[in-house]
Design a binder for this molecule. Structure first.
Ligand code: SF4
Length: 369
């Protein structure tokens, strides 16, 4: 059914001015440890030999001419991970040289959140955006969590504050609140439970409530509403990457090649999803491609996802369009190396706020499938 209401900052006359998206990240040297010297980043026969097996993983998406520029940094990062007892978590939207060559664990937001609970290392380097690093910190309060560039934000997380959630609760007393994980810890602390695009419908239905406030993505809310009888009250947030796709683009692609398969992320507008052969989270999209092995495919999501899938499945021809996420692209090999050398930038969250936010994330993780 259609969403029953959609609210945004302009709908609350008493909304506090100013923004506190997140004040929990600061640049610091971690735990007093000394910065390490920068290793040699020369392209040498030894580097070539040491990274040859990694290049095999990405040879279909990274031209040979570019590899000598990346390989020395990749080798240095992988050596530093051991020296620092660190693990690298990378989202599916990270570039192939990160996702396939330095990450220990890759996946969508839910997979990364679950894997973060199992990490044994002292340090987590989060290759993704800020709310992902916060989630890792929530689940690993005693570990050092680093994000190579704390400016890596998210238009969804930036669309809503904890104060906004409190205003929604005042307006709809007793209605439970579900927050997409693409929110700050401050927002997670105000809601009943989190969800990802993999489990959003399941989470909404788990509350056994006739009405649910679902925030902040208006399009994911619309998608969830189409899959459940629960009445959904939404927030006016949107992903700046997925909202730019249009149904017209997809129709043109089909007209050009009626055999093409199109799969889309539920953060896209409804007219885009209406044209797609399959809609799912990034993890579900990857599973779909592994199972179906389409000859020609359009992945309506962030561009690096198509590159990462093509690196694994080179027989699948990937057609554009895709859109780059400028926030995800702030993470680079160079700043991952810098992060491991200097232990910057460390994510810290006020313990009282973290305890409330953690409860919302753990409630999601503990839901039975
Ligand atoms: S792709 Fe969209 S939802 Fe994901 S981090 Fe970028 S802006 Fe946020």
């Amino acid at each position: 059914m259609p969403i029953t209401g959609i609210y945004g900052p302009d709908d609350f006359a008493n909304r506090p001015q100013g923004r506190t998206i997140s004040s929990v990240t600061r640049a610091t040297l971690g735990r007093g440890e000394l910065a390490l010297p920068t290793p040699s980043l020369d392209w040498t026969p030894a580097v070539e030999r040491a990274t040859a097996s990694l290049y095999e993983r990405v040879k279909h998406v990274i031209p040979p001419i570019e590899w000598p520029l990346m390989a020395p940094t990749i080798k240095a990062i992988n050596e530093l991970k051991c020296a620092r007892n660190a693990v690298i978590l990378a989202h599916n939207y990270q570039a192939p040289e990160i996702f396939h060559c330095v990450a220990d664990i890759g996946g969508d937001s839910l997979q990364l959140a679950v894997e973060a609970t199992k990490v044994k290392a002292d340090i987590i380097v989060q290759c993704g955006v800020h709310f992902m690093a916060e989630t890792s910190k929530l689940l690993n309060p005693d570990k050092t969590v680093l994000i190579p560039d704390s400016r890596a934000g998210c238009s969804l997380a930036a669309s809503i504050t904890g104060a906004d959630v409190r205003l929604l609760r005042e307006k709809f007393p007793g209605v439970p609140v579900v927050a997409y994980v693409n929110t700050s810890a401050e927002v997670k602390a105000e809601v009943d439970i989190c969800c990802t695009s993999s489990n959003a419908v399941q989470v909404v239905e788990s509350l056994n409530a006739p009405n649910v406030i679902f925030l902040p993505d208006r399009y994911l809310a619309t998608y969830v509403a189409s899959k459940t009888d629960v009445k959904i009250i939404a927030w006016k947030g949107a992903c700046e990457v997925h909202e730019r796709f249009t149904g017209d683009e997809l129709r043109s692609l089909r007209e050009a090649d009626p055999t093409v398969q199109i799969i889309a992320h539920p953060e896209c507008p409804p007219d885009v999803l209406a044209e797609a052969d399959f809609t799912g989270s990034t993890a579900h999209m990857i599973s779909w491609v592994r199972n179906k092995r389409p000859r020609r495919l359009v992945m309506i999501t962030e561009c690096s996802m198509a590159d990462n899938v093509r690196a694994e499945l080179p027989d699948v021809e990937m057609l554009r369009p895709c859109n780059l996420c400028p926030h995800m692209k702030r993470i680079t090999l160079a700043n991952i190396l810098e992060s491991l050398l200097t232990l910057r930038e460390e994510v810290t969250i006020d313990p009282a706020l973290a305890a409330r936010a953690r409860r919302s994330v753990e409630r999601m993780i503990n839901l039975k499938n």
